[in-house]
Each structure stands twice: as structure tokens, then as C-alpha cells.
Ligand binder design. Structure first.
Ligand code: XIL
Length: 331
């Protein structure tokens, strides 16, 4: 896939990268960009107040430098992966601002010249109506989908995150990243409005990430519409976390049949074809697949279901999706 017209990335788990040579070989051979899956999330990189743990990120940075891969850092600010010490932090708004700025700048500065780009802010908008995450609107799910940064720092925290990251590494390309944009117009519209506002005000944003955790039945029309809206901002567009579930409803009796493999292959090709057609070449930042083999896909562990969402199978072999994806890149 290295002959693609733009970078092809994988979300990489640092332990597999260190310990599993099959996994490492696929990345070296097939991918040209690496996203730090969990290693640079707050919980992992800044586990207590005065401790920054760059050990995992440094392994990935070294791998990227030795193997000539682009390193994409993920993610400086998110409403999830917040350690207890941050949740329990007490201080006035200035103290919160300092904590936020210090985190962004220490992490971005450490990878200056190593990480080409960053997801600066991840998933800041609610699913339902595309409004900014502030308070929890899903209290019944026991899942806090509000955002403590918006609560403590005010609604303009996103712009300041970009400004702080840019100060720490003026050369890094800075992205806003979110999911569900292909199925929720309102979220996409909020993101586009934010991007236009940032451009008008000179807030240093370079790109938008559309995660695309989709499935074989995702609306094609929705995908096309999202690419059109995002491309119209003129910013770089990164398909940042692509996976295509064949079992979104979590059927426990499902088998990965050749028919499902074909449907998935067709959807991978469709995504690449539309990205190439709709997003102007100068804005194509690349396509990153969220994980390397089906075995290490987060969908299995996170949602505890059977699934086969990526390009390589449990035995590190290329799936039909690999070939159709590669062919679509070359078309
Ligand atoms: C996922 C990881 O892949 C899992 O290992 C972890 O348990 C949870 O997070 N959107 C994002 C990613 O921006 O950070 C998430 O990654 C997947 C959804």
C-alpha cells in the first residue's frame, strides 16, 4: 500500500509493536503512517500530577524514525482517558487553565520534530444534536459524555488548545478529530462551523479528522455528504480511524463468511474512491486504519463482540478488504 497517493496509516499498540514481530513487520511493510493508539492519551502519558511517562510514545517515535513512517499523535485533549488525579483536581479557573496548557505543551514539545501532526482535540461534540459536550446528557447510561474541560475552562477551550499546541510545536499539523460525521449531519455542521470560525480568527488549525468507525451497512450517501462538507473547509482531511464492522449489532452466532468479507471489501473500496474523488489532492492527509489485524481490533475488546473490521486477519494474512482497498488506491 506504500505506493498510495497519500499516507496510509495504522493505529499502533505499543506493546504489540515491541513484542510481536509479525505485527511489526506488517506495519513496516504496508503502512507509511502510525497513529499512537492509546500511548499518548492523558491517562497513559500523564498518570499523576508530576509524572509524564513518555516511554511508550518514545518507542513509537523511534520506530517511526528508523522505518521512515509519519507519526501522528493522538490525542492532546479528550473528555475520556482522564485520570483520577485530574478528575479530583481542585483549583480556580486559572489553575485549571495552567494544568491544561501545561499538559498540552509538555506533550507536544516532547514530540517536537518527531510527531508530524496531532489530534489536538478529540470528540468535543455530542452525538444527538451536535452541540458542544459540556454537561452529561446520558446520565441514564452511567456514561459521562459531558466534558470536564468545557465545564472548567469554558466553551472556548478548543481554540485555546490549538493555540497552546501551536506555541509548543509551530511546525506540527494540528487536527480536530471526531466520529459519527458520516451518520450525523448536525455533528459535521458543528465541526465545519468551528473550523470556519477558527480560520476567520486565525486559530492555528490545519485539518479535520473523520474517524469513520463504520460498518458494512453505513449510508453511502452520508459518507459522500460528510466528505463534501469537510472538504469545503479547505483544510487537510484525515480519515483517521477507519474500521468497517461486519457485526455492528453484536450477534454472538455470527461467522465471517466470504459474503461478508466481500461486502466489507466493497465498502473499503467505496471509502477510498469517494475520498479520492471528493477531497482535493492537496487536502488528502491520508487514511488511517484503526488497528492492524482483526485480532487486535478495539471493537472486539471494547464492545466484547465478534468482529473482523480491518485489513489483516487473525493470522496476519491479507483479507479481501486489503486487496480491494489497495486496488482502489491505485485506480
Ligand atoms: C480506543 C482504543 O483503540 C482502545 O484500545 C481503548 O480501549 C479505547 O479507545 N475513538 C478514538 C480512539 O478517538 O481513541 C478510540 O480508541 C476509539 C474511538
Amino acid at each position: 500500500m506504500q505506493a498510495a497517493p497519500f499516507k496510509i496509516g495504522a493505529a499502533v499498540g505499543v506493546n504489540l509493536l515491541k513484542n510481536n514481530s509479525n505485527y511489526r513487520n506488517i506495519i513496516s511493510k504496508e503502512f507509511s503512517s502510525v497513529t499512537t493508539e492509546n500511548t499518548l492519551k492523558w491517562q497513559a502519558v500523564h498518570p499523576s500530577k508530576d509524572v509524564f511517562d513518555f516511554s511508550g510514545g518514545d518507542v513509537i517515535a523511534q520506530f517511526c524514525s528508523t522505518n521512515n513512517k509519519r507519526m501522528h499523535g493522538h490525542c492532546l485533549v479528550w473528555y475520556q482517558s482522564i485520570p483520577h488525579w485530574v478528575q479530583n483536581f481542585t483549583g480556580d479557573s486559572l489553575a485549571w487553565e495552567q494544568l491544561f496548557k501545561d499538559h498540552i505543551q509538555k506533550v507536544a514539545a516532547h514530540y517536537k520534530g518527531k510527531a508530524t501532526s496531532w489530534d489536538v482535540v478529540n470528540e468535543a461534540f455530542h452525538d444527538e444534536d451536535g452541540s458542544l459536550r459540556v454537561q452529561d446528557v446520558n446520565a441514564n447510561d452511567k456514561k459521562d459524555d459531558g466534558c470536564l474541560w468545557a465545564r472548567h475552562l469554558g466553551r472556548n477551550y478548543i481554540a485555546r488548545a490549538f493555540i497552546y499546541a501551536h506555541e509548543a510545536d509551530p511546525n506540527a499539523k494540528l487536527f480536530y478529530n471526531d466520529y459519527g460525521q458520516e451518520s450525523n449531519d448536525k455533528k459535521t455542521d458543528s465541526i465545519v462551523a468551528m473550523a470556519q470560525n477558527f480560520k476567520a480568527k486565525g486559530v492555528p488549525i490545519n485539518g479535520l479528522g473523520i474517524q469513520m468507525h463504520i460498518n458494512i451497512n453505513t449510508s453511502k450517501e452520508g459518507i459522500v455528504k460528510a466528505f463534501q462538507k469537510l472538504a469545503a473547509t479547505g483544510l487537510l482531511i484525515h480519515i483517521s480511524e477507519l474500521d468497517i464492522s461486519v457485526n455492528p449489532k453484536g450477534d454472538s452466532t455470527i461467522q465471517f463468511t466470504p459474503a461478508l468479507a466481500q461486502q466489507q471489501a466493497a465498502m473499503f473500496a467505496f471509502v477510498v474512491q469517494q475520498y479520492k474523488n471528493i477531497v482535493p489532492a492537496a487536502q488528502q492527509y491520508g487514511v488511517t486504519i484503526w488497528n492492524v489485524t482483526d485480532k487486535d481490533s478495539w471493537l472486539r475488546s471494547f464492545y466484547k463482540r465478534k468482529d473482523w473490521p480491518v485489513l489483516f486477519d487473525d493470522d496476519y494474512a491479507k483479507k479481501p478488504a486489503y486487496y480491494s482497498f489497495k486496488d482502489a488506491l491505485a485506480e
